[in-house]
Ligand binder design. Structure first.
Ligand SMILES: Nc1ncnc2c1ncn2[C@@H]1O[C@H](COP(=O)(O)OP(=O)(O)OP(=O)(O)O)[C@@H](O)[C@H]1O
Ligand SMILES: [Mg+2]
Length: 286
């Protein structure tokens, strides 16, 4: 296949194992099994799966933290196993992790966002421009001179996202970015993610929250190292039984509308977002 024909992110028949030493014997834990996934530029994909299913391992394959044992990962045509492209791959795919405290290093917000740019020798005037732009994009510009440790969890995580954004990545992979946040912080992050996506940034969001996955354009479900569902959020959550058999839930509003339906209330069964649920109930009660 020519590189031009490839999607922006191409995961091709990838297997990945961790090895541990047990009583002097090397033990293999095959975490990803022949996984294939293509993601187009500008897509917003959520990845779901229960604990230990391989989501973070997959995320780390997307910016060459992990390299496949078998198969290939291409980012914008670049083979992640090609060491000479490592810098470009990491510049193309930015990563945001769960704990903002581990991602923030500097004592002032704007210095933190500038940190990576300074490390790669970007011109000071360009750093200024990019830092301001990134902080505005996440709604943290007014806090640029604040101390990160005095911010809320959601604000800190937005600063961490700004730090990634300042590198001008084409894709951001977020591995449970809201897991440590309160509901307000979670909402702030989801709003930020959707805004970045609307600006053309490709988003891969790993989450345990079904209502967050429901806001993506595509949902990929991993179970035991294999992709088992890959569809629109409605397509995925309509398979409630399959989802529950994997130890996952459907969004709360889906649960609610199904329960009401079972009581004889005439509601659509493909409701997955709060807005849809609100509108359906409003119509019903009008
Ligand atoms: N660095 C590592 N060394 C050894 N084993 C690991 C390592 N990281 C993960 N694993 C194991 O690989 C499997 C998949 O882990 P992974 O972190 O990819 O799952 P996950 O879907 O992200 O889980 P979670 O929802 O808990 O974040 C688990 O069994 C885990 O214990
Ligand atoms: Mg994980």
């Amino acid at each position: 296949m020519d590189n031009m024909d490839k999607s922006f992110i191409e995961v091709e028949n990838v297997s990945f194992s961790y090895y541990s030493d047990e009583d002097g014997e090397s033990k293999q834990n095959k975490v990803l099994k022949n996984v294939s996934l293509s993601i187009k530029k500008g897509e917003f994909t959520a990845i779901l799966g229960h604990n230990g299913s391989g989501k973070s391992t997959l995320a780390k394959l997307l910016n060459a933290i992990n390299l496949p044992d078998e198969g290939k990962v291409y980012i914008d045509g670049m083979d992640t196993a090609d060491e000479s492209r490592l810098f470009d791959i990491r510049k193309t795919v930015g990563m945001v992790f769960q704990n903002p405290d581990n991602q923030i290093i500097a004592a002032v917000v704007e210095e933190d966002v500038a940190f990576a740019l300074e490390n790669i020798g970007v011109e000071p005037s360009e750093i200024r421009r990019r830092v301001d732009e990134a902080l505005k994009a996440v709604g943290m510009y007014e806090y640029r001179e604040h101390a990160p440790h005095k911010l809320s969890g959601g604000q800190k995580q937005r600063v961490a996202i700004a730090g990634v954004l300042a590198m001008k990545p084409e894709c951001i992979v977020l591995d449970e970015p809201t897991a440590m946040l309160d509901p307000i912080g979670r909402r702030e992050i989801m709003k930020t993610i959707k805004e970045l996506n609307s600006l053309g940034v490709t988003i891969v969001l790993i989450t345990h929250y079904m209502d967050e996955a429901a806001q993506a354009k595509r949902v990929v479900v991993i179970d035991n190292g294999e992709i088992v569902l890959d569809d629109t959020p409605k397509g995925v959550f309509s398979q409630a039984k399959k989802i529950k058999d994997m130890g996952l839930d459907v969004p709360q509003v889906t649960e609610l509308t199904h329960a009401l339906y079972d009581c004889g209330v005439g509601l659509d069964l493909d409701i997955i977002t709060e807005d849809e649920c609100y509108n359906a109930l409003f119509e019903l009660l009008k």
